[in-house]
Design a protein around this ligand. Sequence first.
Ligand SMILES: C[S@@+](CC[C@H](N)C(=O)[O-])C[C@H]1O[C@@H](n2cnc3c(N)ncnc32)[C@H](O)[C@@H]1O
Length: 285
Amino acid sequence: MEAGEFPLSDKEFARIRERVYKIAGISLSDAKRTLVVSRLSKIVRTLGLPSFSAYIDYLEAKGSAEDDQVFVNALTTNLTRFFREDHHFDHLVSHVGNLMSERPRMSRGRPRLRIWSAGCSTGQEPYTIALCLLAAFPDLKRWDFRILATDIDSNVVARAATGVYPIGELNGLSAARAALFEKAGPDTIRIPQAARDVISFKLLNLIEPWPVKGPFDAIFCRNVAIYFDKPTQGVLFDRLGHVLAPDGFLYIGHSENLQAVSKGYRLVGKTIYQLKANSNAKDAA
Ligand SMILES: C[S@@+](CC[C@H](N)C(=O)[O-])C[C@H]1O[C@@H](n2cnc3c(N)ncnc32)[C@H](O)[C@@H]1O
């Protein structure tokens, strides 16, 4: 039992765990008990309820979709930063460089380039992708170039869409990288309009059906599956294989291991994967 304004019993923790797993696929370990208390207490208080049991009863009996959204938003972990695991962006620039030389010859209209940042949090990942590619390839302005950036947490998607960040987000970046951003105010930076224009931010739950078609030339699904159990990770990566282009790349987080859960990919770089030849994650699953 956790002490505090609202003590958390084992049974209450088990019910919360079950609900967030069912809705979002997120697997909360025992180590997350304190996090659960600190994140959910404010909601219980705001609703004027006496306990976590009463809160879960409320969600189960008469909670709306919005109540579930507030519940899930409170339990996601949104840590991210610009140029996180930066070798992925160097690799992507080299991949897109190859496409820039091949694709125009093979396209009738404007050549197409599609990238998905799945689990984009507050937007630093998709903005880094856009900034790197637009800086490396000015010709992309003439392409049909779109980045889809999605997350289950409505708060982070709304924050991402503003394109404005505290200036401290630039700490640790080289001068050349910092120069890709605009100054918005004394303490804030803004993403240049050209980079904002190529990104669509959307609310999307990765464990539900996706209204996305693909094929994507690159999918970034980094530091997201780490919150899922192995079967959920396997299903997710297999499904991503359905919408990844045969010559596309899947980028995952540094502590994630795709090969333990999905058989359809081969490792081609540090946490970088491609579909196996003549294969699709779906067929190999
Ligand atoms: C740690 S952040 C990773 C952000 C970014 N990809 C990176 O690597 O910096 C994990 C994100 O996954 C999102 N997430 C967790 N479960 C999800 C689900 N079922 N569907 C979509 N997004 C989910 C969280 O809301 C959170 O913003």
